[in-house]
Each structure stands twice: as C-alpha cells, then as structure tokens.
Ligand binder design. Sequence first.
Ligand code: SAH
Length: 244
Amino acid sequence: MSHKFFVPGEQIVNNKVTITGSDVSHIRTVLRLKAGESIQIISDSDKLFTVRLVEVQAREIQGEIIASEKFDIESPLAVHLGQALTKGNKFDVILRKSVELGVCSITALTTERCVIKTHQVENKIRRWKKIALESCKQCGRTRVPRVEEGVENLETFCRKNNDRDLKLIFWEMEEKVSLKNLKPDPIPRSVAVLIGPEGGFSPPEIEKTREYGFQTVSLGPRILRAETAPVVALALLQALWGDL
Ligand code: SAH
C-alpha cells in the first residue's frame, strides 16, 4: 500500500496537486520518493487519489492525479459531543482522541462546575479547529469534524441537538442504565453525548437535560477522569452502533 497524505481541497486544481508543509520533507527525505513515483492523497472529499509525483522540490511538490476511487471511512453513527471545558491541555487531548474515534462535531461547554474561564474563546476555537484538522490528517479521515463556534451552555446544546436519535448524558451517579441496556430500535444514526467537567454535573443540570429528553447513562462503577470518559463513551458508541 502506498503512503496516504491529506491535502486541502484548494491545493487540488483540475488534476494538479500541490503539496506543501511538513509532508514535503516527509516525502523527499524520509520516504525518498522521486518524480515518477506515486503516493495516495485524501482530501476533504470522499475520494482517494493516486498521484504521480511530477516535481519534487525542497519546499513544494507537484503531482498529477492518475486515478481516483471512492473512499469513505466515516462512521455511519454521527456522534455530537458536548464536552465541558476541562483543565490544562485536557480539552486538546479529548479533541484529538474524539477525532480518532470518528466524532462528527464537538461543542465546548461551560457548566456550573467548570473552573475554566471562557475568555479568549476565539483563539481557543481557532486552535481547536487546527487540532481537529491535524488529527484528521493523522488518522486518515476525509471529513473534518465541526468544532462549534463559541463555548455554549448546556441548554443551548440540548436545544441544538433536539433532533438526534439518541440523547445521552453520562453521569457517574447513574447506577442502573448503561449503554448496553439501551437497545434502541431502530439503530440510531445520530447521538448527542454530554460529558461533564472534573467536578461532574450538578443535580439541577441533570434535571434540566432530562427536560430536553436526555437520559442519564453510566460508564461503569468506577469514576473515570474527565479526559477518559469521552474516549470510553465514543469507543462504546462506535462499537455498538458505529464502525468499531
Ligand atoms: N467529580 C465527579 C466525577 C466527574 S468525572 C466525581 O468525582 O464524582 C467527569 C465526567 O466524566 C462526568 O461528568 C461524567 O460525564 C463522566 N463520567 C466519569 N465517570 C463516569 C461513570 N462512571 N459513569 C458515567 N459518566 C462518568
């Protein structure tokens, strides 16, 4: 199998492809590929292109598309994650792992027990979008998950996600209901998922989301850390109704 690289759509014009950035040195000095040899390219489309290298220069590589085939590794289950802001770089870590696990959209939430201030939101969102794109490249996804603009509150998230097939709030106090008890019929194609901050959700918050049709779900008898819970929830959801 040849090597796959992610190239943004605007760098593909007709059948000409321009590769820039760190992929150039990877192709030239690590893989030592030369003009005439081929690589595979994915872009923000559902196609996989076979590209023959035409010119391999120090800063830029030109190639031409010689074949294209359909390529779709997106999960049939669209997971919309509402993740409370967490301390330090944990949110970045959660974002990366969620992309690897096929998340469809991520919304940063501010909740009662969030200790993170929501200033400089625009910078944060810009950085999160960059991380989402980088993670996509790394794991070979063709569709970049949406990072919602702005930090939302719980109610806004609940309202926006009103139409999802399943609406779940993960709560460590829920003792009975786990994902495998749910048995939704038909199989859900979209799910809204709420994960709390280090301090968890408050009881009034749980009540509020119930009013919007969210159900509380357990991730087992042990309390998972804020950065572990979304990873486990996503993996389980994809295993039950997605593509894991
Ligand atoms: N402060 C809380 C734990 C919060 S963990 C306490 O110590 O009791 C952060 C988030 O992860 C929670 O809000 C919840 O959404 C999720 N979570 C962690 N462990 C869980 C479990 N066993 N079941 C369901 N959700 C869990």
